[in-house]
Ligand binder design. Structure first.
Ligand SMILES: Cc1cc2nc3c(=O)[nH]c(=O)nc-3n(C[C@H](O)[C@H](O)[C@H](O)COP(=O)(O)OP(=O)(O)OC[C@H]3O[C@@H](n4cnc5c(N)ncnc54)[C@H](O)[C@@H]3O)c2cc1C
Length: 476
């Protein structure tokens, strides 16, 4: 394919979107010596991860955790002061990312991109002018936005979505959260810990229904301890602000709930509008995500997609890796083996939840059985010292109790702790490795050892090595 003729700027690789997926794709391509451009329509780089999602929401969560310890009344405090430091964190991140793009000689082009053909884009700048850009490799990393069904009138003042919730002036006294997914549950937990009376409602029996119910029950318990409640099997059909102070939400079963504010947390939609994907021959899935193969290549040769725009798991951590992999494959670089079975997931509810590999149910389905080792945080010295006794680590092993096939954790620090299990899965460690290694004392990591001992005890002394058997009897 020749790109030396015709009008417009020519690059080796053009990436649309500067979120985690786009950034890592661009940097990977630049490090391979290619001429790279990133097109970003927003005035800031970093995508929803930096500006409306991961970083600001986790900053507010930190504040909620500190408040939980101090038990102060924050009701009259402006939200922006609760987000102290987040402006600085975001600005620092922004500056760092721009410097990183510059350091790698990546052109940052400001404007809104759309396809004229698979390898030709047009970019409309804020002043209305248009330029044409061409490249043999294009990577779509345009992310996602909150889904707001037409019957739930999100006005960003009384009825909010996850983009506008952090622009609230003050904490509401009552908050209705619609949805049972990760973002809805994280915000429900945070606002409850901050002192708001939170009601979470969703169509499903449980929030976070994709997780082991034993973990979810910790989330529900904490929500209730903070004065919140979860209403199952509840489908909202309308929201209406009364013009004075409250929003009335009506549900299919006739129930009505009044709240100061409503957060609509009902999933996200891929940002594909206006990209004119049809001009490039890029197909969508039935759920409106860009369709990709196992190498992240779309239905158009040389056009790749990564991040939220291709659908679940829609995490910043995964998006970065997808961006990197898309660039590697497009440039013919060695692509590392797919870590899909070892992808960790972290849910920043209060308490945190993190998982990797199979859960108990999945292991039983897979192997026809499983041995599960449990370590309650209350049994761990560090948990007692830190006052984080409400938590559980589940080590899931095959039916013989030999190979670890998954780790499920709920409790403070779960999202950090899970990586020990993740590396164990990658290295295909067996249960005994968690018993035979010395863990620092007192640490939360000791939970792995306690859970491993639990498995060893269950699988029986007859199958246990002498060394492990001695260790088990010494401890249990
Ligand atoms: C409230 C919330 C909390 C979250 N918490 C976590 C968490 O704790 N951990 C985690 O791993 N993930 C978390 N996520 C998810 C994470 O933010 C996303 O998975 C991640 O940002 C996706 O990265 P991306 O690069 O695909 O897209 P984005 O970050 O959305 O970036 C896409 C970029 O493309 C640009 N763009 C779109 N269309 C065009 C166009 N036509 N032309 C030019 N530019 C365009 C956009 O302006 C944007 O900058 C959270 C998300 C939310 C909303």
């Amino acid at each position: 394919m020749s790109f030396t003729q015709g009008p417009g700027a020519i690059y080796d690789v053009v990436v649309i979107g500067s979120g985690p997926a786009g950034q890592k794709a661009a940097i990977q391509a630049a490090k391979a010596g290619r001429k790279v451009a990133v097109i970003e329509r927003d005035r800031r780089v970093g995508g929803s991860c930096v500006h409306t999602g991961t970083i600001p929401s986790k900053s507010l969560r930190e504040h909620a955790l500190r408040q939980r310890v101090r038990r102060v009344d924050l009701m009259d405090e402006p939200i922006q002061s609760l987000l102290d430091g987040v402006g600085m964190t975001v600005a620092a991140h922004d500056a760092y990312m721009i410097a990183q793009l510059e350091r790698n000689h990546i052109a940052l082009l400001r404007g809104r991109a759309s396809f004229n053909g698979p390898h030709e884009l047009s970019m409309r700048r804020i002043d209305g002018s248009q330029i044409s850009i061409r490249a043999p490799i294009v990577i779509i990393a345009t992310g996602s936005r909150p889904r707001s069904p037409a019957h739930l009138a999100v006005d960003h003042e009384h009825v909010l979505d996850s983009d506008s919730i952090l622009s609230l002036a003050y904490l509401p006294r009552t908050l209705l959260v619609l949805g049972g997914g990760v973002i809805a549950s994280e915000y429900a937990a945070m606002f409850a810990a901050l002192g708001c009376k939170v009601t979470q409602a969703d169509q499903l029996d449980q929030p976070l229904a994709f997780l082991d119910p034993e973990l979810t029950s910790f989330y529900l318990e904490e929500l209730r301890r903070n004065g919140g409640e979860y209403i199952p099997r509840a489908e909202a059909v309308s929201t209406r602000w009364d013009g004075i102070s409250q929003v009335c939400t009506e549900f299919k079963d006739g129930r009505r709930i009044l709240a100061d504010k409503v957060l609509v947390g009902l999933g996200r939609l891929a940002n594909v509008d206006g990209l004119k994907l049809e001009a490039a021959g890029v197909a969508l899935t039935s759920r409106g995500h860009v369709q990709v193969d196992e190498n992240l290549q779309t239905t158009a040769a040389g056009v790749y997609a990564a991040g939220d725009v291709i659908g679940p798991p829609a995490l910043a951590s995964v998006s970065m890796e997808q961006g990197r992999r898309a660039a590697c494959h497009a440039l013919g670089l060695l692509v590392p083996s797919d870590p899909v079975s070892r992808l960790p997931s972290g849910v920043y509810t209060i308490p945190e939840i993190a998982t990797v590999g199979l859960d108990e149910h999945g292991a039983r389905r897979h192997f026809g059985g499983a041995i599960v080792g449990r370590a309650k945080f209350e049994e761990i010295a560090r948990g007692q010292i830190n006052g984080c006794q409400r938590g559980l680590l589940k080590l899931i092993a095959d039916p013989g109790g030999r190979r670890v096939v998954g780790v499920q954790i709920v409790g403070d620090g779960a999202t950090e702790l899970v990586h020990i299990g993740q590396l164990g899965l990658t290295a295909e460690l067996d249960v005994d490795a968690y018993v035979d290694n010395v863990f620092n004392f007192p640490t939360m990591a000791e939970a792995y050892r306690i859970a491993a001992f639990d498995i060893v005890k269950q699988r029986g002394r007859s199958t246990t090595s002498d060394m492990v058997a001695d260790a088990v009897s010494a401890v249990l």
